[in-house]
Unconditional design. Structure first.
Length: 159
């Protein structure tokens, strides 16, 4: 059974986000060993400079690197990443499971991910060209991974 580690910056503040994430966490238990790590997002001023943002992203990167399993296939979620269909992502996860045994998906803070994190990942994934709040992105990613496992099993959920 593949290990799926989701590293996220920030917490799910509203109960409806926590409930939605918890439902997918429960469902994913039938398909993978899921671990979700929530890291504290760096605080910035109301109007941070580019330098302040870069420094905050690097501090967040240190926290992220401390959580990445050494042999895991690393995927950064970022706007410049590759967009895949549900079927393509399912195939990719299947290959990752066979070759690495574990995938680590990383969702950055409201300013994204540092370049060092993106460069350390084997893949950059974009779910959409649209921008989503990070809380919604976590739920959306959990659903996407859940759908991928259904595709691999050929079950009706995907249809």
């Amino acid at each position: 059974m593949i290990g799926v580690k989701l590293i996220t910056l920030g917490t799910l503040k509203e109960a409806y986000w926590r409930d939605a994430a918890a439902e997918y966490e429960k469902r994913l238990g039938a398909f993978c060993r899921l671990e979700i790590v929530q890291l504290k997002e760096e605080r910035l001023s109301e109007n941070p400079t580019e330098g302040e943002i870069r420094q905050a992203l690097e501090r967040e990167a240190e926290k992220i690197f401390a959580q990445i399993p050494p042999k895991a296939y690393r995927i950064a979620l970022c706007v410049e990443g590759k967009q895949l269909s549900s079927e393509e992502l399912a195939e990719r996860l299947d290959r990752i499971g066979e070759s690495h045994g574990e995938v680590c998906l990383i969702i950055g803070s409201s300013f994204g991910l540092s370049d060092s994190v993106k460069q350390a990942c084997q893949m950059k994934l974009s779910v959409s060209r649209l921008t989503f709040p990070h809380q919604l992105m976590r739920v959306l990613l959990l659903e996407t991974v859940y759908r991928s496992f259904h595709i691999l099993r050929g079950t009706r959920y995907h249809k």
